[in-house]
Design a protein around this ligand. Structure first.
Ligand SMILES: *Cc1c(COP(=O)(O)O)cnc(C)c1O
Length: 439
């Protein structure tokens, strides 16, 4: 049995201090009915709680830790940067360095603005889309999460889905009215909306690979359809690649699927574990952002040298030329992920448990479902009781997964073949526990 005595005490104290004891809802483990381990430190592929338990970590701080925790190159760069002061509120060369590197990998981003969170990136991209087009409505997809700004807290997935709150109190009707939500992966639904109100739509915003209703991949041709419809109706297409950027492939979903959006939002990995996100895209659109244009957006700590350093060091590692004969960084992660999922599928089949696994590069997910999961409704229909049993069994065995089927899991460069074998062996027991529920 996992000993979480100290974590339980720490959680009891935290609950007196913060809503639900946490600074972001999913950390509370509410959806799996148990107390969260409180973390002491993390190194490479492992995370350690204050009770002294060690876990193989597939959460990776919800995506950013693509090179593993406390990577020596990132730590060294941060140590050096910290001695030079952590924020000046003035321009620095490292902002341009990170900008150039990101734009090399994302050619659709011709101009970029750094911000501090994915929420800020999507919120600002929408304001820009509205300012640029002079239109007010936006279209989003049910189960896609774009952070917690008001306009986007309508039919959002993930933490919201986990708690079964369709939209949040505090979001005004007026705001919600301008947000149209349609089912993901449904060409007819979006076509109908665009035919009806397309000329009032400033932007269609989408997670091109959806990671906040569990991992759900776009159907063949779906993103192309969104590109064609937005072009036809003069609306902007915004790819929210905060999660799938640098993950679905190095160049994100846009490279993997060959679709060029007008604006892109990045986050998570781009900060290498520090708070960084960005939005960018076509030059003529980005020219509307202040101070070069009238659409206001600012940030005291935006582009601060410590955050830029962590992002730059991380991106340098994952974009480095591979040594002779080796696969590049992203390809390695993809192959490792594939191996893990093949193992899970094999063990599930042997145990007679129906699962669906999805993969996009180094992102992966599991649903306890007989049929494939293509949208939020399918995701909700997957068996969450089974997920809970599976999750708890994996945690007991030292495998740290996201505590909700509505979240995505992540592979890092620090994960070893041995980790993967251990994770497959643990899955065998966890599937047996799930199979036992049915008896
Ligand atoms: C995580 C996430 C966000 C929000 O980013 P924060 O940094 O948590 O504000 C936005 N969009 C997507 C697709 C995300 O996965």
């Amino acid at each position: 049995m996992l000993n979480l005595t100290k974590s339980a005490a720490a959680f009891a104290e935290a609950k007196e201090l913060m809503p639900g004891g946490v600074n972001s809802p999913v950390r509370s483990y509410k959806s799996v009915d148990c107390n969260p381990p409180f973390i002491d430190h993390a190194l490479g592929d492992k995370i350690y709680d204050i009770d002294g338990n060690e876990y193989i970590d597939y959460v990776g701080s919800w995506g950013p830790m693509v090179v593993g925790h406390a990577h020596p190159k990132v730590v060294k760069a941060l140590q050096e940067a910290a001695t030079r002061g952590t924020s000046y509120g003035a321009p620095t060369c490292i902002e341009s360095e990170l900008a150039k590197l990101v734009m090399e990998v994302y050619p659709s981003i011709e101009t970029i603005r750094m911000v501090n969170s994915g929420t800020e990136a999507t919120m600002s991209a929408l304001r820009l889309a509205r300012g640029y087009t002079g239109r007010e409505k936006i279209v989003k997809f049910i189960g896609c999460y774009h952070g917690h700004s008001d306009s986007l807290l309508v039919n959002a997935g993930s933490g919201m889905a986990t708690f079964g709150v369709p939209s949040s109190p505090g979001v005004t009707k007026g705001t919600a009215q301008d947000t149209i939500s349609v089912p993901y992966n449904d060409e007819e639904a979006i076509t109908k909306v665009m035919e009806e109100v397309g000329d009032e739509v400033a932007a269609v915003i989408v997670e091109p690979v959806a990671g906040n209703m569990g991992l759900v991949l776009p159907k063949q041709g779906y993103l192309r359809k969104l590109r064609d419809l937005t072009e036809k109706h003069g609306a902007l297409l915004i790819f929210d690649e905060v999660m799938c950027g640098f993950r679905a492939s190095l160049g994100g979903a846009q490279a993997a699927y060959g679709i060029t959006p007008d604006l892109t939002c990045l986050g998570k990995i781009i900060g290498g574990g520090l708070p960084v996100a960005a939005y960018g895209g076509r030059k003529d659109i980005m020219a509307k952002v202040s101070p070069s244009g009238p659409v206001y957006q600012a940030g005291t700590l935006s582009g601060n040298p410590l955050a830029m350093t962590a992002g730059l060091a991380t991106l340098q590692i994952i974009t480095a030329e591979p040594e002779d004969g080796k696969a590049d960084y992203s390809r390695e992660l993809t192959l490792k992920t594939k191996k893990l999922l093949l193992g899970w599928q094999e063990k599930a089949k042997a145990a007679g448990v129906a699962i669906q696994v999805h993969q996009a590069g180094s992102m992966f997910g599991i649903f306890f479902s007989e049929k494939d999961v293509l949208n939020y409704e399918d995701s909700c229909n997957a068996d969450q009781e089974k997920f809970k049993v599976w999750f708890k069994s994996m945690l007991e065995q030292g495998i740290y997964l996201a505590p909700s089927q509505f979240e995505t899991l992540f592979m890092s460069g620090a994960h070893t073949d041995e980790d993967i074998d251990r994770t497959i062996a643990a899955a065998e027991k966890a599937f047996a526990a799930v199979a036992a529920m049915e008896k």
